[in-house]
Design a protein around this ligand. Sequence first.
Ligand SMILES: [Zn+2]
Length: 375
Amino acid sequence: MLEKQWYKAECRKCGKTYYRKSAESVQGFCGRGVCGDGRAFLQLSKRKRPISPLQTYRHLANYFAGAGFEISPSMNVASTCGKTDLVIAGVQVFDGLIHHGKEIGSGQMFIGQPSVRMQFQDKVADEDGVSTSFVNVCTEKMHQTFEDHLHTVDRWLGVFSSLGLHMKDLTIVVRTGEKDWGTGTFVAIELFLIYAGLELGDAAYMHVPTRYGSPVPISDIGFGLERIVWAANKVPQYYDLLMPGSVAVPRGACDAFRTMTLLALCGVHPGNKGAGLQFRRLAKTVSDQYGGTDPSVLIAYYADYWAHFVSDMPMGSVSQVICLELDRFLNLKICKAKNLPPPREETTEEYFQRLVYTMGMDAQELRQLIQLCRN
Ligand SMILES: [Zn+2]
């Protein structure tokens, strides 16, 4: 790092080592999380013309293809064989190798990997810059030395610069941490890249134990695509980039529909465990807090976005799966409100028809009750 003229300092708050590009800009705080102002980057000069997440993805993919990386197809988010129910990062492309000894085709890959991190769900409504799903743009290399790894970090810094994120505004915070992906503990050296207070992602180097064979040296450098775009465009709110332009919807609702659409596109069905349970939790959030939201525009918009990365299910079924699950919660509310016969696996319309035409309920009264429960 010193060779490349990064100046080293120790954070006065958290004690971690960090690097900045000039000695003058070393200010005593690393700027990560509680040690900085997460919105300071909004004060920096912005691009003349904003860039969309998909344009940014293509820019990155073209750059890394030119540098000899294989552009690897994204994984289905439900196709994990490691410790998580859902794919949480592109590095899981190595899961097959680590857990089952399966050979991986290429030594160096660039991936735009849709990822789901449900632990962020409670923060979405109150904290900007957080979403339960995002595209993890990453380079994944194996059998690399630490020097090669730093060389790839340099490539990322170069491509960030081409997007208008300049090195002088970046801080690199160093952490070494012990990890365990289910095959034994190992140490990772992590470099967190902070752009004037906004954490973009990190570069990790580690020797990961495998179930079959010796540990594999892995260089895993990954960032949130949507965060890079936020840093480049500097729009006031992160969700300005994540929601359709033609409707105004609270960000909690946007987030839930965005992630449910991704799950449905990957063939996940709501259920009581694993990925299905995460789906159900999102549907419950919509039902409890955003019941009046019209799903059609949101589902179409997010399906269009995610389909650039994954698409195992046709659009019609995606919409059907989500709406049926939302109706399931609505039916339960209706049933509970008036102690009605329990709903089956049916749409609210089917429940209505059944209650009116086979059980003899008053249609007008039931219609009003449904409206009341919906909002
Ligand atoms: Zn700090």
